[in-house]
Design a protein around this ligand. Structure first.
Ligand code: ADP
Length: 772
């Protein structure tokens, strides 16, 4: 490689190393999108992780019946990584990849390749990596990547509003995306009308795109890299270079709706002769004028094509925009101006990876089906116009060139079938980007609990030599993320309590703390199981009329035990005896803060009973064993089938699906009703597809969705503060719903107009009005 290109390589993008090409050694499948300016590589790898719980029925450790055992079991996570680099450096990058892969048999591997470079560099890739290259159609890959992001990654798309706070409005998950116009701004620009997954057509294009900005910008200024140019543009004043309407008319041109500040002629002022040899125009002003000129034109062309084809949504892909506010503002302005706000410009958080994602998915479809990918917040960088220092391992400032995106493989998921309006459903109660008081409170709250989480993580792997180091890295990364969100709350979409909780779980996992609460959960489960017979006896001994309230109070008391609630943790750890009976005493007396108990109990007295209830459980220990199982048992006695749903993977002290299966067996040994129901398939444990203390009903495990449909679920029960208050409090269902939670956070309780341990017991039926 020539010395000068080596130099600019180091300047423009970081040298590829293990930090950037993460876990490349374990790469399994590859896809590459080689464009005119940038090449984007996608590869999946498997990560070995330590989990701590296995079922071992023969264990006599804690007496007969105990089936828990701590063990170091490897869990395999499939992760999808993306890396981009300048196309002209492809040879160096292929060499690097080849060195990393040494030893792994690449010979039989196939690499999916798309973009113009798939043709141009075919032989080079083949000779360097020895892989077979499968070319994929560029447009097809772009569309597939775009559809995937819109349908699977929450808040992928957003609109930009210059004068509003926050400036971004996110679009959730959109299952009805068609038809739309995709404007891919790469080196050049392509406009593609997309009617369905398979029907699309390139209806336009322009050669004035990202390459033009970069190329012309390099000729007109001393900036060489794209980022330098953007920085110049950010600090410039285009009015020094552009000829405005007022420069020509002396003011506005009112009759045709042109204000004086509108650009009449880009670079128009540069036509005026200047005496000196030196240009009187500042590089900053030139760069800004260029950016505006290109963005305005693309906006207008996009708008005209959308109009012609009666499309009302335009998504922008390609690496040109890069989440840059000035570019988004200009494109949005142009489209609003020309369409009179009838056409909506929408931007994408992962705009640059559409082709690479599409190519990868095409390969994945051939290798396996039935799986999806979810965003891993630990290793994905957020939307930001400023450079952040996220490279925590080596503590250097990350180049914005390598916007990071990592996705984890999950089971196929789709929306919960009893959601009333899946397309308008928003899981979260509060959008912290809009509510600054709530934002401040929750960001502080999570900053304060990070030490506690760190301590627990250390305790959970006390024998590991590097445990302190990993736990400290977890803490630093989480605090860094929280601080970043203070500055830029919209970085990952709508900021929510759910996101903050999930980020903590993702980071813990990233530092190999797969299940820090494992021991705690087991201890609490054992304790609760010992108390279950007497709890059931007590409930059976009471009059039928008293039972429903006691069952409800039991669920609430169980829900007091929560290691995610800092005030509760303080109380439990204070040394005083705190068991189920003490928790029952804490439960607010009726009338509860949100009290629909009377209509619930009336409903229970009416026949027919519910056909099938889908019950989403929350915490381990007393919560599920002494609270939820007796409640479920009562439903079973009444003739209702129950699908008991638990998280697919661990988070806090929430029950996981694997643990639930064990618990169902254990409870069956104690309770004949449960035992019989399991045998008759009237009690069906299932995984929810989630790994969060909250519940996003847009992304439910597809087997659960099918089971809910098959069993004609007519009741959904959602338990706990995370699932029924932080999320889903306002969710509307097409069947009856019951949301039960105890408020274990003083601030939140006060916001609801209640106190600590106030009760949410929200029973609703689908109203005729809502259904129509
Ligand atoms: P292509 O596939 O044609 O390379 P991309 O979608 O990758 O197109 O976009 C390339 C354009 O993105 C460049 O021409 C440039 O305008 C812009 N760009 C954004 N960030 C960078 C960067 N760090 N280095 C180079 N170009 C960048």
């Amino acid at each position: 490689m020539a010395a000068d290109s080596q130099k600019s390589y180091a300047v423009s993008i970081s040298l590829p190393d293990e930090q950037v090409f993460r876990n490349l050694k374990n790469a399994k499948h590859f896809a590459i999108d080689i464009g005119g300016s940038l090449a984007k590589l996608a590869y999946s790898s498997t990560l070995q992780r330590r989990t701590s719980l296995v079922s071992d029925e023969s264990s006599e450790q804690d007496g007969p019946g105990c089936i828990y055992q701590v063990s170091e079991e490897d869990e395999i996570t499939n992760r999808l990584h993306f890396v981009k680099f300048e196309t002209r450096l492809i040879e160096t990058c292929l060499d690097f990849i080849q060195r990393q892969l040494k030893g792994s048999p690449m010979k039989d591997k196939v690499i999916k390749a798309t973009g113009g470079g798939a043709h141009k560099y075919r032989d080079l890739i083949n000779s360097k990596l020895g892989v077979q290259i499968d070319k994929e159609d560029e447009m097809q890959c772009l569309i597939q990547g775009c559809n995937f992001l819109l349908q699977n990654i929450p808040d992928e798309a957003f609109s930009y509003h210059r004068h509003e706070k926050p400036e971004y409005k996110f679009q959730g998950v959109n299952h009805n995306v068609f038809p739309y116009l995709l404007v891919n701004i790469g080196s050049g620009v392509s406009l593609i009308k997309v009617d369905s997954e398979t029907k699309f057509e390139r209806i336009g294009g322009t050669s004035n795109g990202g390459g033009t900005f970069w190329g012309l910008g390099s000729l007109l200024t001393k900036a060489k890299t794209f980022d330098e140019l953007l920085e110049l543009a950010e600090n410039g004043d285009h009015r020094e270079v552009d000829m405005l309407v007022k420069d020509i008319y002396g003011g506005e041109y009112e009759s045709i709706g042109l204000t004086g500040d509108i650009i009449a002629s880009s670079f128009g002022k540069a036509t005026q002769p200047h005496k000196d040899q030196e240009s009187p125009f500042k590089e900053e002003d030139i760069a800004r004028s260029l950016l505006l000129s290109i963005s305005n034109d693309i906006g207008q062309i996009a708008c005209l094509h959308a109009r012609m084809h009666k499309l009302t949504k335009i998504y922008f892909g390609g690496y040109f925009i890069r989440g840059h506010p000035l570019t988004m503002r200009t494109i949005t302005f142009a489209i609003n101006f020309w369409s009179k706000e009838e056409i909506q410009p929408l931007f994408l958080r992962h705009e640059g990876y559409l082709g690479a994602i599409g190519a990868f998915l095409r390969g994945a479809e051939e290798n396996e089906s039935g799986s999806q990918w979810g965003e891993n917040y630990a290793r994905s960088s957020g939307l930001s116009s400023t450079q952040q220092s996220t490279n925590r391992d080596c503590k250097r400032t990350r180049s914005t060139t390598f916007d990071m995106l990592e996705l984890d493989k999950v089971n196929a998921r789709s929306h919960c079938p009893v959601l009333l309006n899946p397309d308008t459903y928003n899981p979260d109660m509060v959008d912290l980007t809009k509510d600054s008081d709530a934002r401040e409170y929750w960001l502080d709250c999570f900053s304060h609990t990070v030490d506690k989480t760190k301590g627990l993580a250390i305790k959970s792997q006390a024998n590991s030599l590097d445990v302190e180091e990993r736990a400290n890295k977890f803490k630093d990364s989480y605090l860094e993320r929280l601080n970043g969100l203070k500055e830029n709350p919209c970085a990952y979409g709508s900021l929510t309590v759910r996101f903050l909780l999930d980020t903590s779980s993702h980071l813990l996992r990233d530092f190999l703390f797969t299940d820090p609460y494992s021991q705690q959960k087991q201890t609490e489960n054992e304790l609760a199981l010992r108390n279950l017979p007497s709890r059931l006896q007590f409930l059976d001994s009471m009059a039928d009329t008293d039972r429903p309230l006691n069952l409800a109070r039991g669920v609430l008391a169980g829900n007091v035990f929560d290691w995610g609630a800092k005030e509760v943790v303080k109380m439990i750890e204070s040394g005083q005896e705190f068991g189920f009976n003490q928790a029952l005493d804490k439960v607010e007396a009726r009338p509860w803060l949100c009290d629909y108990f009377d209509s619930w109990s009336e409903r229970l007295n009416r026949s027919p009973p519910h056909r099938c209830a889908a019950v989403f459980c929350d915490n381990s220990g007393a919560d599920i064993i002494l609270g939820l199982f007796p409640f479920v048992r009562d439903l079973l006695i009444r003739g209702t089938k129950v699908i008991l749903c638990a998280n697919s993977r661990p988070t806090l002290n929430d029950v996981t699906y694997n643990e639930l299966n064990i618990l169902v067996k254990r409870v069956s040994e104690i309770c004949p009703v449960i035992d019989k129901a399991v045998k008759e398939h009237r009690l069906i444990p299932m995984e929810s597809g989630q790994e969060s203390p909250c519940l996003d009903l847009r992304l439910i495990d597809q087997s659960l969705v099918k089971a809910m449909e098959r069993e004609q679920t007519d009741l959904i029960v959602i338990e706990g503060m995370g699932r029924a208050v932080h999320t889903n409090f306002d969710a509307k269902f097409s069947c009856e719903s019951l949301k039960v939670a105890i408020l274990k956070n003083k601030w939140l309780a006060n916001r609801f107009g209640g106190e600590m341990f106030s009760v949410i017991f929200k029973y609703e039926t689908p109203s005729t009005e809502d259904n129509s």
